[in-house]
Design a protein around this ligand. Structure first.
Ligand code: UFG
Length: 322
């Protein structure tokens, strides 16, 4: 199998490249390295390119002739998307449509898409299923909903077959600590907590302690990045076996509050770092927890790392090496 992986030098993409490489797939990573890292690509070759560069993208698709495309390259920060929406619509939406057009022009019809729990907005349910109406509350979520709609329409009439994976909160790192989360600037809770434990930051800020949740802080469904990577591999098998287009949630089905994550980070690191409550971050939903039974039933997804302490431990081993 030949797989083109956009954003394969980034956090989730690089873990999927690792999993593909371990399975013997031929991987070509297409990444502009604006967020990703060359040394995170453990398998395959890297083309350094921007998705907005349609000529390079077309040349790459023509020359490599992938059996399928996995598309990770996107901006991911909810808060930034509220401040700079056009950046999100141009990269996450418009560039994805260019990629899809390029694929169809080259007869490539299998696509795995990095979608997000942010497509649901704030449904106020304990567990979110894929049939929940899509009502994003930030431009990041909207930028992904537009793509999901295009995929649905292209699948209905243009022969595209896709799997859209709605990630909840990807976390943790390669258990051998070869790759992990390395965003610049970092905005995610677990790496920020660990950098604070390490003494790189003075304190960790909690964005809002007045949410309608048991301890007042937001609940999220943290899923180990290797379990998420496995969801991509089985989605690829599904499409290769002529499976139909699908949309799946990826999470474990239980939420942890920001405070619970901080307590676990203190336990794992053995460091008691300073925490401050500040105002809410615009665009945050109080609760986002996945019902992933569809993925488990349809593709036999069998997650292995459903343990917050283990997840944070792998992230800590990685963080200590930075
Ligand atoms: N948080 C803090 N302090 C921080 C950082 C985060 O209190 O310094 C809080 C956030 O307000 C939120 C929770 O910790 O309640 C998790 O925040 P992250 O920034 O780690 O993750 P998000 O939930 O905002 O976003 C992540 C991905 C998105 C995806 C979303 C889906 O980055 O791409 O999960 O749940 F859409």
């Amino acid at each position: 199998m030949k797989i083109l992986v956009t954003g394969g030098a980034g956090y989730i993409g690089s873990h999927v490249v690792k999993a593909l490489g371990e399975k013997g797939a031929t991987v070509l990573v297409y990444d502009d390295l604006s967020k990703g890292h060359r040394d995170a690509v453990l398998y395959g070759e890297l083309v350094v390119g921007d998705l907005a560069d349609q000529a390079l993208l077309a040349r790459t698709l023509r020359a490599f002739k992938p059996d399928a495309v996995m598309h990770f390259a996107a901006f991911i920060a909810v808060g930034e998307s509220v401040r700079e929406p056009v950046k999100y619509y141009c990269n996450n939406t418009a560039n994805t449509l260019n990629l899809l057009r390029g694929m169809l022009e080259n007869g490539i019809n299998k696509f795995i898409f990095s979608s997000t729990a942010a497509v649901y907005g704030s449904p106020g349910k304990a567990l979110i299923t894929e049939t929940e109406p899509l009502k994003p509350i930030n431009p990041y979520g909207h930028s992904k909903v537009f793509v999901e709609k295009a995929l649905e329409d292209m699948s209905a009439s243009q022969g595209l077959r896709y799997v859209s994976l709605r990630y909840f909160n990807a976390a943790g790192a390669d258990p051998e600590a070869r790759i992990g989360e390395r965003h610049q600037p970092e905005t995610h809770l677990i790496p920020l907590a660990l950098k604070t434990a390490k003494g790189e930051r003075k304190s960790l800020e909690i964005y809002g302690a007045d949410y309608p949740t048991p301890d007042g802080t937001c609940l999220r469904d943290y899923i180990h990045v290797d379990d998420l990577a496995e969801a991509h591999l089985i989605s690829l098998d599904h499409l290769s076996g002529r499976g139909k287009s699908e949309v799946f949630n990826c999470g474990y089905g239980h939420g942890y509050s920001v405070r619970e994550v901080i307590d676990t980070a203190r336990k794992v690191t053995g460091k008691d770092f300073t925490v401050e409550n500040i105002q809410r971050r615009p665009g945050d939903s109080p609760v986002l927890v996945a019902d992933s039974s569809r993925l488990k039933k349809a593709l036999n997804w069998n997650p292995k790392y459903d343990d917050l302490e283990y997840i944070i431990k792998t992230a800590w081993e990685w963080e200590k090496k930075q």
